[in-house]
Design a binder for this molecule. Structure first.
Ligand SMILES: C[S@@+](CC[C@H](N)C(=O)[O-])C[C@H]1O[C@@H](n2cnc3c(N)ncnc32)[C@H](O)[C@@H]1O
Length: 323
């Protein structure tokens, strides 16, 4: 379904070797290296790897801008007791880990590197999304948009999907040492202008709403929240963004519509939210199962459950560089 090959200045990347339809699982893989609160040492975990797996780890991409100074002292200190790795190798292992790991659970301190997933480059308008599937014990990549044969498979490394270009560039450079040249960041001036207008507009509306919320409590809060949530949904869709964030917005809108006794609207919004979630995580994901359950309970009047979906205790999943 895909191949790993050179992607110009980005290094390696993953490309569709045939057309991939939205919702398809592109890959599912287990961690190559992981740490958690009980076993927090990256170098100790790397020392346990077989020579083949350690070589595979050392082939992954480094953040060159952080290669020289940062990590050297820590690597030297930590590798003191690990005779199996040189200080240089230890420094590279740390750099590679920071540049490629995903935070899977804040509570358990679980962070992991997945060898093929680590080859997927960033786009501010990605066509795929990564999520950890607890029941498979694997990280999955699903197409959130249709992908043409030969097109690069991309995910977003950012937390704020609707961020403005300057903020996106700053965060990507700080985290990964690159300035993004994706189809949005290097798109036509017209496209960038429209995107900037849409994104600033919604940010302004969100700020105004938050300010209003802080000052007075008006009884029509649910209807105003619904209007705003639907505007955020529209912005995502106009920007070509799909995935779990959009699914959550639809499910939240469904909950608000239900609260306003608009059952027909709640059903339509909820069904769309579930469809988007299934596309992003797969029908075997506990995330999807939890949303399905919450949606059916909401329809029977227990809407608080949808507001406290279990996964919302965890942070939004994304690469976790240099944290
Ligand atoms: C997780 S790795 C992705 C795979 C990597 N290209 C490789 O060769 O293994 C992250 C690194 O890929 C590069 N990268 C990812 N997305 C990029 C983009 N949109 N523009 C430029 N470089 C990118 C950066 O060097 C970044 O530090």
């Amino acid at each position: 379904m895909f191949e790993i090959r050179h992607a110009g200045v980005k290094g390696f990347g993953i490309f569709a070797s045939r057309s991939i339809t939205r919702g398809s699982r592109i890959l599912a893989e287990r961690a190559l290296l992981s740490i958690n609160n009980d076993n927090p040492s990256i170098l100790a975990a790397a020392a346990q790897l077989s020579p083949l797996n350690r070589a595979a780890l050392l082939r992954l991409s480094l953040n060159e801008s952080k290669r020289s100074a940062l990590g050297l002292i820590s690597a030297a200190w930590q590798s003191f007791s690990l005779k199996s790795m040189t200080i240089g190798q230890s420094r590279d292992v740390l750099n590679i880990f920071y540049n490629n790991n995903f935070a899977l659970s804040d509570k358990l301190g679980t962070r992991a590197v997945f060898p093929t997933v680590a080859r997927i480059n960033h786009s501010c308008v990605p066509n795929s999304q990564g999520n950890f599937n607890e029941s498979l014990g694997s990280f999955t990549i699903h197409a959130t948009n249709d992908i043409a044969r030969g097109e690069e498979v991309t995910i977003s490394y950012l937390h704020d999907e609707l961020g403005l270009r300057a903020a996106r560039q700053k965060n990507l450079h700080k985290g990964y040492g690159f300035y993004c040249g994706c189809e949005l960041c290097s798109g036509s001036a017209q496209r960038q202008k429209e995107s900037h207008r849409r994104r600033s507009d919604i940010q302004m509306k969100l700020r105004a709403f938050a300010k209003q919320q802080g000052s007075v409590h008006t009884p029509d809060t649910a209807s105003r929240k619904l209007v705003l949530t639907r505007l955020i949904i529209d912005t995502h869709e106009q920007e070509g963004l799909a995935g779990r964030e959009l699914a959550s917005l639809y499910l939240e809108a469904a909950r608000l519509a239900m609260r306003l006794d608009d059952h027909a609207l709640a059903s339509t919004l909820g069904a769309r939210g579930l469809e988007l979630e299934k596309d992003a995580v797969g029908s075997d994901s506990p995330f999807y199962e939890a949303s399905q359950l919450a949606f059916s309970q909401m329809r029977f009047g227990e809407d608080e459950i949808l507001a406290s979906r279990p996964d919302e205790c965890e942070p939004e999943l994304s690469y976790a560089p240099w944290t």
